[in-house]
Write a protein that binds this ligand. Structure first.
Ligand code: ASP
Length: 265
């Protein structure tokens, strides 16, 4: 009998998020799983999970995005798959699902669009807008929550996606690791990685690419997670989810809502 294709989905609500919000990451994971089962491209399934988290309101992305210190909201998002597709937006303003804009960028001749140009691109593509009064804005009313993310395996394919409102109270124009390939996320033929936490520290460690290199070396994700967490000071918030052909794992040095599911299809 032909063996089924292994489907694995991990979703997180960011380093610092309340583990009690794992119902939200679980629903995002289920939506991703249904998308995979219906035959959607793996990168679109990962983006579906992240869009669900952007719409949740309890996480620092989409309608839950943190405000900058001038009261504006600027959002970063990115997606990648193991066939070499990558797209990102940074400092996007006024759109409901930055991850959808990042996905459209990945289908264009560009890899990353920022600021005014990203806004214009999203408007030209008919992406759904978001007015400032529709933003719930986490941070002030919730315990600090961070980036949302997803990693996916579908047989021998991998994908990942991230979205964030950035660090609470940062100056406008600040961009962290999320849209930077190999920093916040990386996917290749051997697996996928998504990070969350202090974006400056994550970028300076080139975290996701170096974690992916551990996958390439054959390390089990259950060993990769504590290894990578140890690259960061205990006081620097950091979390990570990893999937490979060997298995999957997630972990954090503070708190994090995250869930994983697997099935044969
Ligand atoms: N890494 C994101 C950023 O620095 C936010 C987070 O996950 O904490 O923008």
């Amino acid at each position: 009998m032909e063996e089924g294709k292994k489907l694995v989905v991990l979703t997180h609500g960011g380093a610092g998020s309340d583990p009690a919000f794992a119902d939200g990451t679980a629903i995002a994971g289920q939506i991703c799983m249904m998308s995979l089962q219906s035959g959607e491209p793996i990168i679109d399934s990962a983006c579906q999970a992240v869009a669900t988290l952007e719409d949740d309101g309890r996480f620092n992305a989409g309608i839950g995005s943190h405000k900058r210190n001038d009261d504006t909201v600027q959002m970063d998002a990115s997606c990648m798959d193991s066939s070499g597709t990558f797209g990102a937006v940074a400092a996007l303003e006024g759109f409901k699902n930055p991850i959808h804009v990042a996905r459209i960028v990945s289908q264009s001749e560009y890899k990353m669009l920022v600021g005014r140009g990203a806004n214009q691109f999203a408007a030209n593509q008919g992406c759904q807008t978001l007015s400032p009064n529709q933003i719930i804005g986490t941070g002030a009313d919730f315990s600090t929550t961070d980036t949302v993310g997803c990693v996916v395996r579908a047989g021998d394919q991998f994908a990942c996606a991230l979205s964030t409102g950035g660090i609470d109270d940062a100056i406008p124009g600040r961009v962290g690791d999320v849209p930077l390939i190999g920093c916040g996320l990386y996917a290749g033929p051997d697996g996928a990685v998504a990070a969350t936490g202090d974006g400056e520290a994550i970028a300076m460690q080139v975290t996701a690419l170096r974690a992916y290199q551990l996958i390439e070396q054959g390390m089990d994700p259950k060993a990769i997670v504590p290894t990578v967490i140890a690259w960061f000071k205990e006081t620097t918030a950091f979390g990570i989810i990893v999937v490979s052909k060997i298995g999957f794992a997630g972990g954090v040095n503070c708190s994090m809502a995250w869930t994983a599911s697997e099935m044969l299809h």
